[in-house]
Design a binder for this molecule. Structure first.
Ligand code: AMP
Length: 189
């Protein structure tokens, strides 16, 4: 089983690269943002609870997202592995993920950090707003999301460096180049 985690700012290309990787290596792409957006669209109780938080670019409570991810992991015991995209975003989530994966005897194999500048992120997310019309791809909300990433999620790089699992890739390169470099890394696992 191969478990891969993307750690990068919103707009760095986690979603795009996760999709490519999921196809190439037959892995399950677990996008926390996608799981939450599904709840909002289906207008479930949970969806109603997180809708405004998401629209403002804030993080939903750790317990909520940990529970959603845990269900997905437990429901797919025979998979080749998971790609975690957008989760974990806090120290508590990272610790929870390690615990859940330890219960399944399949720890994270690799943490891919996609490096990219704030200017490039802003440019990409504003463009995505035009194409996909996501409510949280708006100028001020993007700034909030970048700032929360720096405060809460970026410190996880040290956590995973401590586990010796990180690899850095230049996320500003063409999609195909990034995918090629990631493929090389995974093939060596
Ligand atoms: P994303 O599609 O990953 O950018 O996520 C969209 C929004 O969903 C975020 O801005 C948060 O409001 C929420 N979200 C997604 N993943 C998480 C997470 N791991 N922890 C807390 N909130 C999350």
């Amino acid at each position: 089983m191969k478990n891969i985690l993307f750690l990068a700012s919103p707009g760095a290309g986690k979603g795009t690269q996760s999709e490519i990787l999921a196809k190439n290596f037959n892995l399950i792409h677990l996008s926390s943002g996608h799981l939450l957006r599904n709840e909002v669209e289906a207008n479930t109780e949970l969806g109603r609870e997180v809708k405004n938080i998401m629209a403002n670019g804030l993080l939903v409570a750790d317990e909520i997202i940990i529970k959603l991810i845990k269900i997905q992991i437990n429901e797919n015991p025979n998979t080749n592995g998971f790609i975690f995209d957008g989760f974990p975003r806090t120290a508590r989530q990272a610790a929870a993920l390690d615990e859940i994966l330890a219960e399944h005897n399949c720890p994270l194999n690799l943490v891919i950090i996609l490096e990219i500048t704030d200017e490039e992120i802003m440019k990409r997310l504003l463009k995505r707003a035009e194409i996909e019309g996501r409510h949280d791809d708006d100028g001020e909300v993007i700034k909030a999301r970048i700032s929360i990433y720096k405060q809460q999620t970026q410190p996880l790089i040290d956590y995973y460096n401590g586990q010796g699992k990180t690899a850095i890739i230049d996320g500003a390169q063409e999609i195909e180049t990034v995918a090629y470099e990631i493929n090389n890394l995974i093939s060596k696992l």
